[in-house]
Design a protein around this ligand. Sequence first.
Ligand code: M6R
Length: 349
Amino acid sequence: KKSGFRFYMEKEIYEQYDVLKENTLGRNTEYGIHFEELDREFFEGINNIIISACGTSYHAGLVGKYLLERDAKIRTNVEVASELRYREPLLTKDTLFVVISQSGETADTLETLKMAKKAGLKTLALCNVDNSSIVREADRTILLRAGIEKGVASTKAFATQVMTLWMLSNYLAKKNEYHIINEAIEVTKVDATLHEKIKRLSKRYLHGHGFFYIGRDIFFPLALEGALKLKEISYIHAEGYPAGEMKHGPIALADPDLYVVALLSKNILFEKTKSNIEELVARDATVLTISSEYIEMTDDFVKINDTSHPMVEFFEMMVVTQLLAMEVAIRMGNDVDMPRNLAKSVTVE
Ligand code: M6R
């Protein structure tokens, strides 16, 4: 079943390339984005988007906010479903309510969807499981086509969620990024040398007092996701932070036993992020940088492909952070498919 892989999580990381092909099939076309499930009429009168989700799906939603506002120029708010459902939000009818869920059964996400429907909003689900409660409830659904995800730590579902949001924002912006989308899929093919390197690197990142993942723009939600992945399966404390927030408190934790994973994009705010990394290096933190641009000052460096598009960087960095979390957890002797205290789908509050 695991086809030679040590864990389902590893298999699912390796599957991302195929799954993304499937996810974009017939949707990302040379003539632009096409969704069988949608029509332009559905978006008439929509001036805002609210995205509601939990965990990894919430992080995908945060990436969506950057894309939808920058490209499609639609105001987008992203909400943690367990908060949204109890805080009496203002739901106006010019808002499209989007829920994101791998399982389609997450209780809090489902509840917010019901709430939005009751308020008369149009609803759209991005979901991996057909005929799930969320799919049955939503007006429209875009299926993620990630296949069955067994690992409790979500990997391939996240990849398809981000990809779908990227396509949705292209669809709304009437923007054609056909080739760039294909380039982003290409870099999710796991390179054996890269995997070996991360395996070797992982042994240096076991005995610290915690991890910071830092990034700016779309790499900030990826930092949150990288940190969640690591803490779920390795039980090491990890936090994702916007790189520019370090000096507002967290940098006080910097010492050689603080591990930092820096997501350094060549294409978005390179110099600014680099100087945030320099500040951490100056305070003796142990830093691993992931970038296409080599920087000398940090302890470790993982090189990704050179590209002129941040989303291509995003997908490759995503794979690196997933492999890193997995290799650290495996070294600690953990069952990465069945982490303690967690269930694959959270159907109770
Ligand atoms: O099935 P869902 O996408 O609604 O699940 C949401 C979260 O429970 C889920 O993403 C969780 O955070 C994962 N274990 C993350 O790896």
